[in-house]
Write a protein that binds this ligand. Structure first.
Ligand code: TXA
Ligand code: MG
Length: 335
């Protein structure tokens, strides 16, 4: 693969034009969105899309989300858009949601991986909108991280993950939401949540006025996103996920690591700090919203400084459920 002198560029008109030229020329670009940063490629070009899989070391059967600007004619990409799907489009796009439709087959094969469906996202982030508008192409973009690693929520994190594999990363500051979009299958009678996110089950049910089926976090999954079976969101050091409010458990794990001369840290919300006495603690935020926003950037810092990360679970409801969906997948050791 070609080596690049990767540059982080301010999102000026000129630089967005440069990034658009790279996309048109078949190269990859780091694109900010309000959820996490994406590793962007022209979804019409088999060659460009194959570079994503190589750069990320992504499993070959995992399909990609296609990003478009808000005035793009998505009907050139998707078919069979139900009234339910239209309601979700109207209510939540542009925004942190991805909808899976039947595909017209106009993007290249390796985007949909033979599923016959296509996942569409219209991000709200201004820089993403400008880039998508400037190139006026459907852009395939997974999260901009090496497969199995945490997503990147700022330009520097993209650089650390993918330096040399792409010419340009557009700097769109820290991603406002911090965890990946809600993925919803809208090909059937009712919406099925394949991956929970900022747009919660409740919000979706209110808009479509019917019960949604959630699959990702329940055992009897009917529809599965291929991505769900792989390891995800992992820091480079072991993570222990302590149950909500189980401070004694967290302290016990911490102390036993300390006794082995290791260097652990406990990650918790502001109001939980008092439960950890003199133990090393990082306060990540006040609630599940700041927890999500800071999650990956915090852990990227802590993995460089500590041997083990112990993280406190938060209430598993609403947006908390979406954040816990990511955190639970990080659990890699048992004391
Ligand atoms: O917030 C996000 O969604 C970010 C930003 C960059 O847009 N993107 C992202 O992409 O998280 P990725 O590739 O890391 O995760 C996409 C998920 C995967 O689990 C994949 O299997 C699923 O969406 N997916 C993509 N296309 C699909 C399809 N046609 N049917 C079912 N699942 C699909
Ligand atoms: Mg990802």
């Amino acid at each position: 693969m070609q080596e690049f002198n990767t540059k982080i560029l301010k999102p000026t008109k000129k630089n967005i034009e440069l990034a658009s030229q790279e996309l048109k020329g078949g190269n990859l670009v780091g694109m900010p969105t309000e959820t996490v940063y994406g590793l962007a490629a022209n979804a019409f070009s088999e060659e460009a899309v194959s570079k994503i899989f190589i750069a990320k070391n992504r499993p070959q059967d995992n399909p990609l989300i296609v990003h478009v600007h808000k005035n793009y004619n998505i009907y050139s990409l998707v078919s069979d858009v139900s009234p339910m799907a239209k309601k979700l489009l109207n209510a939540f796009t542009p925004g942190p949601i991805t909808l899976v439709f039947k595909s017209k087959g106009s993007v290249c094969e390796s985007v949909s991986k033979g599923l016959g469906t296509i996942a569409i996202r219209i991000p709200e982030h201004k820089v993403a909108q400008k880039l998508l508008k400037t190139c006026n192409l459907p852009i395939a973009a997974p999260s901009a991280n090496i497969s199995s690693r945490m997503s990147a929520t700022n330009a520097k994190a993209v650089f650390e993950e993918l330096n040399g594999k792409l010419p340009i990363i557009l700097d769109g500051k820290s991603s406002k939401i911090g965890i990946e979009s809600t993925v919803v299958d809208v090909t059937g009678e009712y919406p099925i949540i394949l991956r929970p996110g900022k747009i919660t089950q409740n919000m979706i049910e209110r808009v479509v006025n019917q019960v949604t089926e959630k699959t990702v976090y329940e055992k009897n999954q009917k529809v599965v996103s291929p991505g769900v079976k792989y390891k995800h969101y992992l820091p480079s050091v072991p993570v222990y996920v302590a149950k909500e409010g189980e401070y004694e458990e967290a302290n016990k794990v911490y102390n036993s690591l300390k006794a082995k001369n290791l260097n652990p840290i406990i990650v918790c919300l502001k109001n939980e700090k008092k439960h950890f006495k003199n133990n090393q603690v990082a306060v990540i935020g006040a609630n599940s919203i700041s927890l999500a926003k800071n999650l990956y950037s915090f852990l990227r810092k802590l993995e460089k400084e500590y041997s083990h990360i112990i993280i406190m679970s938060v209430n598993n409801q609403g947006f908390g459920l979406s954040v816990m969906n990511r955190i639970n997948k990080m659990h890699t050791f048992i004391e």
